[in-house]
Design a protein around this ligand. Structure first.
Ligand SMILES: *[C@@H]1O[C@H](CO)[C@@H](O)[C@H](O)[C@H]1NC(C)=O
Length: 335
C-alpha cells in the first residue's frame, strides 16, 4: 500500500485549502448580494474574529462604532452580525422595521443548554403565530394577577418590607446589596408561580436565582435575512445627541420647562417594539415600591475608603452593575 508521500501530501493540502476558500466564497456571496452596513473586511474562514478582543467585546465594538458609524456589520466566523447604536437607528430597527426584526436565531449553545424548539419560552422563541399566542397569554396573565384576591401589588409591598428588614439587620455596615435585591425580585416571581415566598437564606431561592440569571440571556433578532442583530440599548440610554447629561443622574431629563413629568423617547430600558420586555409593568411596580420603602427607612452612603459605584456595568447580557459596597443607615423616626 502506498502511503502519502511528499508530493501527494502537498496536493491534499492544496486541495483542502482551495475547498475551504470556495466554501468561504459562497458565504461571502451572501454578504455581497445583500446590502450590508459597513464594517471591517473579514478574513477567510475566521471572519473578524482576530479583529475583536473577545475578552473585552464592549470596547472592541465601541472602537468599531467610532470608525464605521452607528450601524456596522461584523462577521464572527461565517456568522454575519449587525450592531445597532443610538436612538435614531434603534427606532428604525425596532419600531419602523419591527416586523422584520422580531425573530430570534437558533443559537447552538441554547440547544445545548436544553432550550429546544417548543421549550424556548416567550423570550427565545422565533417570531410567529406560536410566539404571538404565548406573548398575548403572558401579558394578559400578568395583568389579571393584579385583579385577583391577593394582588401582585400586595405581594410586592410585603416583599419590600422583608427587603427593608434585611437591610436593617446590616444597618451601618458596608454591604453589597446585590444579593438582597435579587432575592426580593426572585420572591416576587415565586409569588406568581408558587403563591409563596422564601426566606433569603433558603437554598431553593438561591438556586432559583441562578436559573433566572441564566435564562435572562437574550441576544438578538435578524437584519438582512439570516444575520444576527445586536441592539446596544445602553448606547440609546446614554446617547449624547439626546440627553443633556448622558452619564449623570439628572432628574431634569424627565421634566419639561414647567416641571411636569415627561417620558423621553430615548428612555427605553425595557427595549421597544414587539419584543420589548413584557415584565415592564411588574418591574416598574417593584422599582417604585422597593425604592420608596428603602429610601424612607435608610440614608445611603459610600463606606469610608470605598470607591464610588462605577458607571460601567459587567458584560454580557443582561448588563449587571459592577460590584460595589454601600452603607445603609437607619433614618431617625419621624423624618
Ligand atoms: C454600547 O454603547 C455604549 C455607549 O455608547 C458603549 O460604551 C459600549 O461599548 C457599547 N457596547 C456594545 C456591546 O456595543
Amino acid at each position: 500500500m502506498e502511503l502519502l508521500t511528499g508530493a501527494g501530501l502537498w496536493s491534499v493540502a492544496i486541495f483542502t485549502v482551495i475547498f475551504i476558500l470556495l466554501v468561504d466564497l459562497m458565504h461571502r456571496h451572501q454578504r455581497w448580494t445583500s446590502r450590508y452596513p459597513p464594517g471591517p473586511v473579514p478574513w477567510p474562514v475566521l471572519g473578524n474574529l482576530l479583529q475583536v478582543d473577545l475578552d473585552n467585546m464592549p470596547y472592541s465594538l465601541y472602537k468599531l462604532q467610532n470608525r464605521y458609524g452607528d450601524v456596522f456589520s461584523l462577521q464572527m466566523g461565517w456568522k454575519p452580525m449587525v450592531v445597532i447604536n443610538g436612538l435614531k437607528a434603534m427606532k428604525e430597527v425596532l419600531l419602523t422595521c419591527g416586523e422584520d426584526t422580531a425573530d430570534r436565531p437558533q443559537v447552538p449553545i441554547f440547544e445545548y443548554l436544553g432550550v429546544k424548539p417548543g421549550s424556548q419560552g416567550v423570550v427565545l422563541a422565533p417570531y410567529g403565530p406560536e410566539w404571538r399566542e404565548q406573548r398575548r397569554f403572558s401579558v394578559s396573565t400578568l395583568r389579571n394577577f393584579g385583579l385577583g384576591k391577593k394582588s401582585l401589588e400586595d405581594w410586592v409591598t410585603k416583599e419590600a418590607r422583608h427587603l427593608c428588614d434585611a437591610f436593617t439587620a446590616q444597618a451601618g455596615q458596608p454591604i453589597n446589596p446585590n444579593t438582597m435585591l435579587n432575592n426580593a425580585v426572585c420572591n416576587v416571581i415565586a409569588s406568581l408561580i408558587f403563591a409563596r415566598r422564601f426566606e433569603y437564606e433558603d437554598p431553593y431561592l438561591i438556586r432559583m436565582q441562578k436559573v433566572l440569571e441564566d435564562s435572562l440571556t437574550e441576544i438578538s433578532g435578524l437584519i438582512p435575512e439570516g444575520s444576527i442583530l445586536i441592539p446596544n440599548m445602553s448606547s440609546v440610554l446614554k446617547d449624547e445627541t439626546v440627553w443633556e447629561k448622558p452619564l449623570r443622574f439628572h432628574p431634569e431629563h424627565f421634566l419639561d420647562a414647567q416641571g411636569h413629568f415627561v417620558k423621553p423617547e430615548a428612555f427605553m430600558p425595557f427595549s421597544a417594539g414587539r419584543r420589548s420586555c413584557l415584565g415592564e409593568p411588574l418591574a416598574r411596580m417593584e422599582l417604585f415600591l422597593f425604592f420608596t420603602c428603602l429610601l424612607q427607612h435608610f440614608s445611603f452612603s459610600v463606606p469610608n475608603g470605598q470607591p464610588r459605584p462605577r458607571n460601567l456595568g459587567v458584560f454580557p447580557f443582561p448588563v449587571a452593575p459592577y460590584p460595589y459596597q454601600l452603607c445603609a443607615v437607619m433614618r431617625e423616626q419621624g423624618h
